[in-house]
Design a protein around this ligand. Structure first.
Ligand SMILES: Nc1ncnc2c1ncn2[C@@H]1O[C@H](COP(=O)(O)OP(=O)(O)OP(=O)(O)O)[C@@H](O)[C@H]1O
Ligand SMILES: O=c1ccn([C@@H]2O[C@H](COP(=O)(O)O)[C@@H](O)[C@H]2O)c(=O)[nH]1
Ligand SMILES: [Mg+2]
Length: 225
């Protein structure tokens, strides 16, 4: 074989290898479940913005870690109900194994091709660690939406919500604990997403529809809307 045809053969083989690698990479990305996390302090508007989003695309499956825990707490057959109730009513975090198992069961119950919007998770390093063990391999985290809101605004919103929410943790005393844990454990997680270029920050101290317009743009950017 002449040196010209050897060079041509190597170039073609290299091209085929690159194309195959790219194809396999694309296919593996496609089979992963797309996930967006939503973080922000208590009352920043996570639940509100998620509800507005899911109304626009039924393929988006919405799970609030707090709602899953509250539902589990109410289930009389649950062995963990009492523990969950005790921790939520003190404004403390529930063990990650419980929260991530509930999330995994919820995610596994959805049809293929679903996209997952997860509100209020991961709240601390333990949540990240157990997520990595149990779910990270099958999920592609697109970004973490962070609703940035001044504490005074969040306090006012939660105390107002507390008049009718029936939530055991929507009172001034427990709220102080929730803010303390948010600053100590959740803010470092927000910073991790930022360091990994996975954080999308939105100013949440604005009317709901204005916040939603900006949030919507982020989801259009990943093809969810
Ligand atoms: N942009 C906004 N402007 C004014 N009020 C808002 C806004 N967003 C949400 N609220 C109100 O603030 C309260 C808290 O909102 P929401 O329940 O969405 O917060 P959250 O971040 O999910 O809080 P938590 O972490 O406690 O579940 C609700 O009563 C909601 O109606
Ligand atoms: O990952 C999580 C999420 C929530 N919790 C507990 O639930 C309450 C309420 O959560 P909201 O997101 O405000 O609905 C929270 O204060 C924790 O007690 C948790 O432990 N882990
Ligand atoms: Mg909420």
């Amino acid at each position: 074989m002449s040196s010209t045809s050897r060079t041509a053969t190597i170039a073609i083989a290299g091209g085929i290898l690159a194309a195959t690698t790219y194809f396999l990479y694309k296919r593996s990305k496609k089979t992963l479940k797309e996930v967006v996390f939503v973080l922000g302090g208590p009352g920043s508007g996570k639940g509100t913005q998620c509800e507005l989003l899911i109304a626009q695309n039924p393929n988006i499956r919405f799970f609030s870690a707090g709602d899953l825990l509250r539902a589990e707490r109410k289930d009389p057959s649950s062995k963990q109900g009492a523990l969950i109730n005790d921790l939520i009513s003190k404004g403390e975090f529930v063990p990650a194994s419980i929260t991530v198992t509930l999330l995994k069961n919820a995610i596994d119950s959805c049809p293929p091709g679903s996209k997952f919007l997860i509100d209020g998770f991961p709240r601390n390093l333990d949540n990240v660690r157990v997520w990595d063990e149990m779910l990270a391999g099958e999920c592609d985290v697109k970004f973490c939406l962070f609703l940035d809101c001044p504490e005074a605004v969040m306090i006012e919103r939660i105390l107002e919500r507390g008049k009718s929410s029936g939530r055991v943790d929507d009172n001034r005393e427990v709220l102080l604990k929730r803010f303390k844990n948010y600053e100590k454990d959740t803010v470092p997680i927000v910073k991790r997403f930022e360091a990994d270029s996975k954080l999308k920050k939105v100013e949440a101290d604005r009317p709901m529809d204005v916040v939603q317009k900006e949030v919507k743009g982020l989801f259009e950017g990943i093809g969810w809307l």
